[in-house]
Design a protein. Sequence first.
Length: 151
Amino acid sequence: MKKVFRIGYAVTSLVYIGLVIYVTFFARRRKGPHDYRALANWSMFDDWTTYAKIHEMTKAERFSFLENFWGNILMFIPLPFVIYFVLGRQFSLIKTILMIFITSVLIEILQYVFNKGVSDAGDVLLNFIGGIVGILLFKVILKLVLQFNKS
């Protein structure tokens, strides 16, 4: 039974990684050449100042902003689970947090270098928040599973 779960975790992890790569580098890209580098945003808090003006946005702008905001957070919630299942229990909390941060920064750098998607420093913060939520969720689920196994 444990082997089946390990295979399931591996497949789920690969699907998650594939989806992250697809969403961050290929999804919703305009047809034809486009210089995404010109749109790069290196200010960490531009998203937060935009959020303060959300009531002034059109419906389409608000949807786009909220999709980006929540999408960046939600995309990184599963990452701690993948880190745990791929790298094992010996991977510490600090290393997990560092891995989340490095993964987010690496995605933004690669988007800029390969001109695939808009590099945005605010995305690093939102991804990091999602990763921290994932860690907390993972700890709650692990605690519940351990309690269930004791009974």
